[in-house]
Design a protein around this ligand. Structure first.
Ligand code: PLP
Length: 425
């Protein structure tokens, strides 16, 4: 049996429409090699994970060196130097007063821990998140995920979870237009609290740039309008940077685009260790310290090899000025896509920050989602040697989230391939 046949026989993939018909044997930088020697430009980075590039040699060297010393002993049973070093570094690079880290292995695990922490600290039980959001596949994180497509068949979910309309300007839930709307979607949080909760809300949970929901970037003043509402009700701001973090949007963390905004709790995973499994919830000290003995733990959390990889990853980012370069590359990419949009009526909206870029495909002026076309474009791009993602509430948003080390030439070639693919439909 070959790999694809073994997958069919032995790997449970019933939960995805299809696994892409590519057998990946090697990855370097922004390139992926399949078993037949075909080389692809990777525009999805394993769902926005290998930000410093596939098999980055510096990160691999750090991980290998750690493997020669210690792979696991449970970082919450004993003190492990590399765990302490990473926690110190994260306190330095995260915004505001975020200071103490809890490490897990996946984004959902970090979000679960953050939910628990928010409850412990505030002694309140409810959460508000956004319509269209995605926060993970565990029961708790699905409970705060605002998309029935992800939740179907898994209910009933946790009570006390309320969903507020997202700042999705292209399809404004209030039928308004920015900036004339005066940020009504942020101000209206007051009414959501008033009418949909018992005013017992521990945290407002938000992806600073929504990923799975279709790359939704809030307007620049969004968080400054939101904060007074949160303050009035003593609600913590919990930013889920699992997808938008680690340079993806052109800052280390996407919330840094919103000056003056200080999250109380922040979660991260994906790009944190360039592919090694690791996640983290970081909080202000007084919030982190509200856990009591027995409240929480994770056997694999803070795995020394992943932590060593993460430290090398961050060092690489800093030395190479990867976030700054990402901002420039992203602006160039979005500029080229906007030019293409003038000639491609299917391209309803081009949006993004840094290299977290979405192209929403629609069939007409009424913005009917072009879901089939989005899937077809992904297939055509693959044939041409470019791997992209597809997402959004209606599955009609092309997602371009490459390794951040991708070159401007590779990005331009991707736009040309997209042009050809759209023409071929
Ligand atoms: N939060 C966000 C914003 C995500 O995009 C994801 C995954 O796509 C998760 C949480 C869940 O992360 P994981 O799949 O590592 O559990």
């Amino acid at each position: 049996m070959n790999t694809i046949e073994k997958y069919k026989q032995y790997v449970n993939t019933a939960f995805v429409k299809a696994v892409e018909p590519v057998v990946v044997v090697e990855g370097k930088g922004a390139k992926i090699h399949d078993e037949n020697g075909k080389v692809y430009t990777d525009l999805f980075a394993g769902i926005s994970v290998v930000n410093a590039g596939h098999c980055n040699p510096e990160i691999l060297a750090a991980a290998k060196a750690q493997m020669d010393c210690l792979v696991h002993c449970c970082s919450y049973l004993y003190h492990v130097p590399v765990v302490a070093d990473l926690a110190e570094k994260l306190a330095q690079i995260t915004p505001g007063r975020l200071q103490k880290s809890f490490f897990g292995s996946a984004g959902a695990e970090a979000n679960e821990a953050a939910m628990r922490l928010a409850k412990q600290f505030t002694k309140k039980q409810e959460f508000i998140s956004l319509q269209g959001s995605f926060h993970g596949r565990s029961w708790g994180t699905l409970s705060i995920t605002g998309n029935c497509g992800r939740k179907r068949g898994g209910g009933p979910y946790a009570t006390g979870c309320t969903f507020h309309p997202a700042p999705y300007c292209y399809r404004c839930p209030y039928q308004m237009a920015y900036p004339a709307c005066d940020l009504y979607c942020a101000k209206d949080l007051e009414r959501t609290i008033q009418f949909n909760t018992s005013d017992n809300v521990a945290a407002f949970i938000i992806e600073p740039v929504m990923g799975e929901g279709g790359i939704i970037v809030p307007p620049p003043e969004y968080f400054q309008e939101l904060q007074p509402v949160l303050d009035r009700h003593g609600i913590l701001l919990f930013t889920d940077e699992v997808q938008s973090g680690f340079g993806r949007t052109g800052h280390f963390f996407a919330i840094e685009h919103y000056q003056g905004t200080e999250p109380d709790i922040m979660t991260m995973a994906k790009g944190i260790a360039d592919g090694f499994p690791l996640s983290c919830v970081i909080a202000r000290s007084e919030i982190a310290d509200s856990f009591r003995p027995g409240d929480h733990l994770s056997t694999f959390g803070g795995n020394p090899v992943s932590c060593a990889a993460s430290l090398a990853n961050i060092a690489y980012f800093e030395r190479e000025k990867l976030p700054e370069k990402t901002l420039e590359k992203g602006e160039a990419l979005i500029g080229e896509l906007k030019e293409l949009q003038k000639m491609q009526p299917l391209m309803g909206d081009v949006r993004g920050l840094g290299l977290m870029v979405g192209v929403e495909l629609v069939t007409d002026q009424a913005k009917t989602p072009a879901t089939e076309q989005a899937n077809a474009v992904r297939g055509l791009m693959r044939q041409k040697g470019f791997l992209i993602g597809v997402g959004g509430t209606w599955g009609n948003v092309l997602r371009l989230q490459p390794p951040l080390v991708i070159s401007v030439e590779e990005l331009s070639a991707s736009v040309s391939a997209l042009d050809e693919s759209l023409r071929a439909l």
